[in-house]
Design a protein around this ligand. Structure first.
Ligand code: ATP
Ligand code: MG
Length: 419
């Protein structure tokens, strides 16, 4: 049996990096009063259809949707924001003026698996809900920046744009279609399909010919009115104050329909084609659209597989290898060892108990293989003499001490051997 295409096992030598990211997220995000939220992985299909947008790739071809035993339409979440908006409404979280939330977990999209693109992947995301203030946009971007720096990702660019409000976009969309119509045949296939259902997404096309055609296309920023422009200018000036560098990219649009005003992406040259690590923006209409009160919000999501692909080697996180290997022989020793184990636990000393019931020699070989530096040995002799044998593996040194001295001895050895 193999794992499903586009899914991966994350083994213990990698989970340490995931735990590191999770712990860093808690540490950094809680400084700004963000708290973790966990929503179900299964949601009703409607939730995503009503939020992400009918003409987007996610809804059209990427969702894992099925009918459950009682015929309900269920979808494995393709992203986190819609579920959080739902939870926000269900639990009346709007009773508090501002909600600062973060999440981390698996997302599911039926895409063509390749480097940096899986069918089950993980996102870490934050949402600042309840404020229209451009300071909120700056806060979330600052936090993405801070987290990425903490993960030792240095080589990246922040691209930012304002995609205005719905009215501005609709006017723009009309003109864009008019401009592109004469070139329909020269557009790539995807863009031809998008021309009438979601023309803004054409701006995102990687096709060179399409990009050439777009060169003289009307620009969305020319359609923005005072309010949108002021919001965008404020965000940019706060980023200047934060000394966060950014490139304004007037062609940047996002793959989900619910965004307005600020849209941004963090990209790196260190990944191939899948070069976007973080995507986010403002979504002031989503919560109302899902039946809640009018509530502005802004947030982002980082793709953790893509991030780890770059930073894993730099982070150099050590596995907490067991440092003390416990060897026993004989039923009396195996009874007595539990008391020792409880003492080690209390002292927060890491250990591994040999379970093989084989000769001392064989157990010592295992200890060496495990990478332990120290063995505690207890057999019939030690039971008779109420003693413990200590073996320092890389020094080939072995000696016996009185049972009561064990913890003291281990504590001293811990310092000496730098355990
Ligand atoms: P892309 O253009 O690469 O498909 P997207 O716009 O669909 O990205 P978002 O919905 O903004 O992506 O998700 C935020 C981040 O999640 C992305 O920037 C990326 O790092 C990560 N991500 C999205 N889809 C996948 C996937 N299939 N596999 C791995 N990571 C992904
Ligand atoms: Mg995508």
């Amino acid at each position: 049996m193999q794992p499903l295409r586009g899914t991966k096992d994350i083994l213990p030598d990698e989970t340490i990096y995931w735990q590191y990211i999770y712990n860093q997220a808690i540490e950094i995000l809680s400084l700004h009063n963000y708290t973790e939220i966990r929503t179900p992985i299964l949601e009703s299909t409607q939730l995503f259809e009503r939020s992400i947008g009918e003409t987007t790739d996610i809804i059209n071809k990427e969702m894992y949707t099925f009918k459950d035993q009682s015929g309900r339409n269920i979808t494995l979440r393709p992203e986190g924001t819609a579920s959080i908006a739902r939870a926000f409404i269900n639990h009346k979280l709007y009773q508090r003026k501002i909600q600062r939330l973060w999440y981390c977990g698996p997302m599911f999209r039926y895409e063509r698996p390749q480097s940096g693109r899986q069918r089950q992947f993980h996102q870490l995301g934050i949402e600042c809900i309840g404020s229209l203030n451009p300071m909120a946009d700056a806060e979330v971007i600052h936090l993405a920046h801070k987290l990425l720096n903490q993960m030792k990702l240095n080589n990246y660019t922040l691209e930012i744009n304002s995609i205005g409000n719905l009215e501005e976009r609709q006017k723009y969309q009309k003109d864009l279609i008019e401009y592109l119509k004469p070139y329909t045949k020269d557009l790539d296939n995807d863009s031809q399909k998008r021309l009438h259902i979601n023309p803004l997404r054409i701006l995102d096309s990687k096709n060179i010919k399409t990009q050439e055609i777009l060169y003289y296309a009307p620009s969305l920023n020319k359609y923005l009115t005072k309010q949108s422009i002021e919001h965008f200018n404020s965000v940019c000036s706060y980023l200047d104050s934060l000394q966060i560098q950014y490139n304004i990219n007037y062609k940047l649009v996002r793959g989900l329909d619910y965004y307005n005003y600020t849209a941004f992406e963090i990209k790196t040259k260190l990944l191939g084609t899948q070069n976007t690590i973080c995507g986010g923006g403002r979504y002031d209409t989503l919560i109302k659209q899902l039946g809640g009160p009018e509530t502005p919000a802004v947030g982002w999501a980082i793709g953790l597989e893509r991030l780890l692909q770059i930073v894993q080697n730099q982070l150099q996180i050590q596995n907490n290898n067991s440092r003390i290997y416990i060897i026993t022989q004989g039923i009396e020793a195996q009874k007595k060892i539990w008391k020792i184990i409880k003492n080690l636990e209390n002292e927060k000393i890491h250990f591994e108990l040999d379970l093989s019931n084989t000769s001392f020699q064989k157990q010592i070989k295992k200890a060496i293989k495990s990478g332990a530096k120290l063995c505690i040995i207890i057999g019939d002799n030690e039971i008779i003499n109420n003693s413990i044998t200590i073996k320092i593996l890389n020094q080939h040194k072995q000696y016996t001490i009185p049972y009561e001295n064990l913890l003291n001895e281990i504590n001293q050895l811990s310092i000496k051997l730098k355990l």
